[in-house]
Write a protein that binds this ligand. Structure first.
Ligand code: FE
Length: 207
């Protein structure tokens, strides 16, 4: 079996945000889909290691901000490569961008937002799927939505393949999501990228 077949699934990239007890937070997600039109429901799948996951479990509300192809790398770094446990990612956001569920959306580099409340959760072990009923939604621009493929090709900085092998003879693997480099004899099966929390399947060896 070739697990790379799963990379051929088309994904978008979104900022998933929430608010619990006046604490705002958000992260980058790719697994979003509309489930039904009547009632209007969507699903988002979130890794349990994300602080946003824990906050949504408590608050039962979330927003999705749909990122465009103009989104700079710094937005992905801001929401994806640091934890809301350490920084307030929404420090610079304005109250006017709070929707009916009291959750903020991202006004810039975003072509739409969807505001939801959680009607069901499904536990998938490493992830929780939150099923949300749509409370409000707005189109903000006509810029195209960014796909995961577009992000990989056009936004994410390329890892430096010419990086020489370390003198100690160790092997090196690069995280294809964020560029983090792991050095060692073997990449452990349970390795989780310390920067973006993706697993071994998202690493490739630098030869
Ligand atoms: Fe990473």
């Amino acid at each position: 079996m070739d697990n790379k077949a799963l990379f051929k699934i088309g994904y978008g990239l979104y900022v998933l945000s929430t608010n619990y007890e006046n604490h705002d937070n958000g992260c980058i997600v790719n697994s979003v889909m509309q489930l039904t039109s009547n009632p209007l429901r969507i699903a988002v799948n979130v890794n349990k290691s994300n602080y946003t996951h824990d906050l949504i479990k408590d608050s039962c509300v979330f927003n999705l901000s749909m990122l465009t192809t103009e989104t700079p790398m710094k937005v992905f770094e801001h929401f994806g490569f640091q934890s809301g446990r350490n920084v307030n990612k929404f420090e610079d956001c304005k109250e006017e961008h709070r929707t009916v569920n009291h959750v903020l959306y991202l006004p810039n580099f975003t072509n739409a937002f969807i505001a939801c409340h959680v009607v069901e959760t499904i536990d998938f072990g490493t992830h929780t799927m939150f099923i949300g009923e749509v409370l409000d939604a707005e189109v903000l621009s006509d810029k195209p939505s960014v796909t995961y493929d577009y992000y990989q090709t056009n936004i994410k900085p390329k890892p430096q393949p010419k990086a020489e092998k370390p003198a100690n003879g160790k092997r090196r693997w690069v995280c294809k999501v964020c560029g983090y480099i792991y050095e060692g004899d073997e990449l452990p099966d349970d390795f989780i990228c310390p920067t973006c929390k993706h697993g071994k399947e998202d690493f490739e060896e630098i030869l």
